[in-house]
Design a protein around this ligand. Structure first.
Ligand SMILES: [Zn+2]
Length: 244
């Protein structure tokens, strides 16, 4: 059985940039690029305010748009290693968990997610950890949150070659205060659900910079998400069996 790690990406949510690290596409028998049916949760979504979107800011990866086609999406959230009554650090850890979980619930009406108890089962794993320092010309810069993905060959009982799939690892710093933990989780989950770009409007959850009063998910965020899920991708389609 050959592993198939074809690509890897990293969103850095400071100021303008999403930086892409693309590793070689290792296999010639990747699925063709196709459009999945629109998830019913997004099909139902209508924006009465017609507030537009920022789809033009979204960049597809080399394998197309990074969208999910199997629901619910499994999300793991790291938990304290000891009971909350045992120590102050466990209580702080639990406060972090309690700030992250609502962000999952906020996106849930648009794309169904389920919280799982083990990271191995997760499509998106969220860790309470400081992201690595970012080196800039001005010196090292502490990031609040970071999300990265990898592409892999998911086993399938129906498809001998498996399904081209993706999974995410997310770090959200323990140093943030409560509203910012939730805002960071909301923002990074937006990336993990497929919004690989940033809004230039301060009232969108995917605004490129941290703001004093973090915005909720906006109609523009969902309008953008809905357009993304109508785009083609190689993800979620079977890999030809017999590929070497
Ligand atoms: Zn971002």
């Amino acid at each position: 059985m050959k592993r198939l790690l074809v690509a890897f990406g990293l969103a850095i949510c400071t100021f303008l940039s999403i930086v892409w690290f693309q590793v070689r596409i290792a296999n010639a028998s990747l699925p063709a690029t196709q459009v999945h049916p629109l998830p019913p949760t997004l099909e139902r979504w209508q924006d009465p305010s017609a507030s537009g979107d920022y789809f033009s800011e979204i960049k597809p990866s080399k394998i197309g748009y990074l969208i999910w086609s199997e629901f619910p999406i499994a999300v793991y959230v790291q938990r304290p290693g000891m009971p909350v009554w045992a120590s102050a650090s466990a209580r702080r850890f639990q406060q972090w968990v309690d700030a992250v979980l609502p962000a999952i619930q906020e996106w849930n009406p648009y794309l169904p997610m389920v919280v799982v108890d083990r990271p191995e089962k997760a499509d998106i794993a969220i860790w309470r950890s400081r992201p690595p320092l970012q080196v800039t010309p001005a010196g090292p810069y502490a990031r609040a949150a970071l999300v990265s993905y990898e592409i892999y060959q998911k086993r399938s009982s129906k498809r001998p070659g498996g399904i081209l799939s993706h999974k995410y690892t997310m770090f959200i710093s323990p140093d943030l205060s409560w509203p910012y933990i939730q805002a960071a989780a909301r923002h990074e989950l937006g990336h993990a659900l497929g919004i690989w770009g940033h809004s230039r409007v301060e009232t969108d959850a995917l605004y490129f910079s941290q703001v004093r009063n973090p915005p909720a998910i906006s109609p523009r965020d969902i309008n953008t998400l809905k357009r993304i899920y109508q785009q083609p991708t190689q993800l979620g389609w079977p890999i030809a069996s017999g590929s070497r």
